[in-house]
Write a new protein. Structure first.
Ligand SMILES: NC(=O)CC[C@H](N)C(=O)O
Length: 191
């Protein structure tokens, strides 16, 4: 199984390590030619969504990646990655792929609560260590979006068709259950 990790900015190396621990091969997407190879899934890491979106466009990767996601390429998105997938961003311009029917709020926890840790339940996974860093949360979801996790009544994890997205950073805590679930979903969709 080969997973492409968007590697233009942000916490991509930690995702690669988690996927490699689970036996997957990883490739980094840094330029348009990197998209020519075959891969089974895509990870959109945390970082800064405005910077990522600008770089994706400058590097001519935005449209081809959007197309792949729309065609059903399985995606795991975390934090800034969730913002890139969201159809609407309530407190900012929309600059992302807009393939996930949710409305997110950027930097939703404000300055004081910018970063925090929480142990909460994720549907199908169980208790999970959640590391939030200037995180967004999901204000509302469209039809057919499955809510996977909520923290204090705010939605922080969803699944929709080929897209799995979380507000927090599952690559930073050493718990690989979310990556494992992602790889399992790809196996099921390949069969
Ligand atoms: N840790 C993160 O990915 C933070 C996301 C960042 N605040 C943004 O708006 O893009």
């Amino acid at each position: 199984m080969k997973i492409a990790v968007l590697a233009v900015q942000g916490a991509f190396i930690e995702h690669e390590k988690a996927l490699q621990r689970l036996g997957a091969e990883t490739v980094e997407l840094r330029k348009a030619e990197d998209l020519e190879q075959d891969f089974d899934g895509l990870v959109l890491p945390g970082g800064e969504s405005t910077v990522q979106s600008r770089l994706l466009k400058e590097l001519s990767m935005f449209e081809p990646l959007k197309e792949k996601i729309e065609e059903g390429l399985p995606v795991l998105a975390t934090c800034a990655g969730l913002i890139l997938l969201a159809q609407n961003v309530s407190n900012d311009e929309k600059r992302g792929f807009a393939t996930l029917p949710v409305t997110v709020k950027r930097n939703a926890y404000g300055r004081q609560l910018g970063s925090f840790y929480y142990e909460g339940g994720i549907k199908g996974i169980g208790t999970y260590p959640m590391e939030f860093i200037r995180a967004p949360y999901i204000e509302s979801v469209g039809d057919d979006v499955e809510i996977l996790a909520e923290v204090e009544e705010k939605i922080v994890g969803v699944a929709y068709k080929n897209q799995l997205a979380f507000s927090f950073h599952p690559e930073l805590t050493g718990n690989d259950k979310i990556h494992e679930k992602f790889l399992e979903l790809i196996k099921v969709s390949n069969n």
